[in-house]
Structure formats: C-alpha cells, structure tokens
Design a protein around this ligand. Structure first.
Ligand SMILES: Nc1ncnc2c1ncn2[C@@H]1O[C@H](COP(=O)(O)OP(=O)(O)OP(=O)(O)O)[C@@H](O)[C@H]1O
Length: 295
C-alpha cells in the first residue's frame, strides 16, 4: 500500500495519519509513505504508483485537494483510492461516512471493497465533490494558507466574512447547453455535502451518476447573506431565485466578455482554475473510472 501524505493539509492532524498507519501495520500491512513537497506531487506520486504496479491501493492522506490530486493520478488505472482524512474540512470523508476511529479506518483500507463512483470533469480534470465560481471561488482564493494551517476552519469563516463585506460578486453566465442563467455564485455538485456537514445538494450523491448545478443570485450583500442562511439550514436549493438543474454539461463564464476572464474557480475546495470552464458529468460506465474504498 502506498500512502501519499500532504504534510501541509489540515490542522494538527499528523497524529491521525500515524494512528491509522500503526493500525494497518498491526494487521500486517506494508505501508510505503510518500510526503508531498508542493502542489502536483500527490498526482505525480499516484501516477507512478499505478504505473509501477507497486501498490494494491493508493491512499490519499490529506484534505479534499490532496484526494483530488491522487484521484487524477490514479484515473485510468485499476488501482483503488483510499482516504485518510487529515485535511481542514474533509468533506469527502463526511460524504462517504468514513469511520472516525483509526482502527476501523485502517481495517477498512485493508479489507474494504472498492466501489466505482460517479465523478465530474472540469476542463478535462476529474473532480469528486464540486466546482464553484463566484462567491466560493473568490472565497477559496482569499484564504491565507498560513491562517488555514493555524486556525483551521476559522480561516474559511474569515475569508467568507471578507467576501460578504467586500466588492459585489461577478456576473456569471451558466449554461446547460440550451438555457443560460445569470447569477453571482454557481456550484456544480457531484456530492451532497459542502464545506463540512452542510447539505448543499441533497439530490447529488457521490456513488450515483449525475451533477446538480445550483445557480445562486448572490451578487449583492443581502442576496449573499440570504443564500448563506439557506445553506446553513440545508435549504439553499429551495431559496427564491435559485435555479437548480441536472445536466451532463455545464459551461461557466463571466457575463461581460470585455472583463478579464480571471475570476477564480474552486475545484474540490482548492483554488485550481479561472473562468471560463467547461464541466461534464463522467459516467461510471466510461473509462477511466475511479474506484473508492468506502464503508
Ligand atoms: N508540501 C506541500 N506544500 C504546500 N502545498 C502542498 C503540499 N502538498 C500538497 N499541497 C497542496 O495543498 C493544497 C491543499 O491541500 P488539501 O486540500 O489536501 O488540504 P486542506 O485544504 O487543509 O483540506 P480540505 O481541502 O479538506 O479543506 C492542495 O492543493 C495541494 O496541492
């Protein structure tokens, strides 16, 4: 087993990694640990492990960004993906209900049956959770990595407050190929949970095929505050003015073509791309597939 560990993810979570690895060692596993030194390493290490056939399973130890990289590195191989959540928000772990106890998680990684999951692709990269632009794209870009390391989730709260009281949101055009929606915040979700235990898209499930897109009219401060209240109570989909649709392809761009197309796009919680982007649903029947060890 190869465990790819992002030492900068999360907040004092190294203990978790050690406990799970020790649990697996007690059950006779040979664990080869690779630490990342920067963005891109996790994907590269996963690709190498898959190509050399040196691991029956590759485990991402980090947050959702590290899992995203490892998933992209493994896509196209038969090697299953496992997760040790040592990140800040760990939404994928919440989504699939990973055991909290290190012993139980170690056992799951050693003997769990991998299952194919539905995924999305954005500009040809796989994502497992969501792609977001407007409010959350800007929020993720505004996060200070040092602050995230020191204060964990509070860094997200602080960046959110700055967005609410900062400049107004961008005007986004979101299209499903036939209809376009004008909004200030868009999330294309492959999973139900968001930013922790919030239920953003109850109809989206990681182990089912299909993306749910929420176009939220959150350009002004009152609109954004209302949307955040809706998110907090698990009813964002039902809020006035929110358009929700299911579709296989979604394009997101700035409405004003004259403006610099540099607004950030978060992918699985990381600042990864800038607009415009093309999002597509990836069918479990298509190759490559992503197989995830889950309870
Ligand atoms: N050694 C490293 N130094 C700096 N950045 C790294 C390193 N290794 C990986 N990264 C980058 O760190 C970013 C954030 O990691 P990750 O998302 O796993 O943790 P997190 O943000 O704390 O957790 P979560 O996404 O659950 O909130 C990833 O985009 C990854 O590319």
């Amino acid at each position: 087993m190869t465990v790819i560990y992002n030492p900068t993810a999360g907040w004092r979570r190294r203990r978790k990694l050690i406990d799970v690895v020790e649990a697996m060692n007690r059950h006779g596993a040979t664990v080869s640990l690779r630490e990342t030194t920067g963005p891109g390493d996790a994907e590269q290490f996963a690709r190498e492990a898959a190509a050399t056939g040196s691991a029956e399973i590759v485990v991402a130890a980090g947050g959702d960004g590290t899992i995203n990289e490892v998933a992209n590195g493994l896509a196209g191989s038969d090697v299953p993906l496992g997760v040790i959540p040592t990140g800040t928000a760990n939404v994928l772990a919440i989504e699939i209900g990973l055991p909290k106890s290190s012993e139980a998680l170690g056992l799951l990684l050693l003997s769990g049956t991998p299952r194919q999951i539905g995924a999305g692709r954005v500009n040809k990269r796989f994502f497992l959770l969501w792609v977001g632009a407007g409010f959350d794209g800007r929020l993720v870009r505004a996060i200070d990595p040092m602050m995230k390391r020191r204060f964990g989730k509070l860094a997200f709260v602080w960046a959110g407050i700055k967005q609410v009281f900062g400049r107004s949101g961008p005007r986004l055009m979101v299209s499903d190929g036939t209809v376009s929606f004008d909004c200030g915040w868009v999330v294309v979700a492959n999973a139900e949970h968001y930013a922790g235990t919030y239920r953003l898209a109850p109809s989206a499930q990681l182990d089912a095929v299909g993306l749910t897109t929420l176009c939220v009219p959150a350009r002004t401060r009152p609109g954004l505050v209302l949307a955040l209240v809706g998110l907090a109570v698990g009813r964002l989909e039902k809020m006035p003015g929110v358009h929700v649709f299911k579709g296989d392809t979604v394009t997101i761009r700035l409405a004003d073509d004259q403006s610099a197309q540099l607004d950030p796009v978060q992918v699985d919680g990381d600042d990864m791309l800038t607009l415009p982007v093309e999002v597509e649903c990836w069918d479990v029947a298509k190759a490559p597939q992503i197989r995830l060890v889950m309870p």
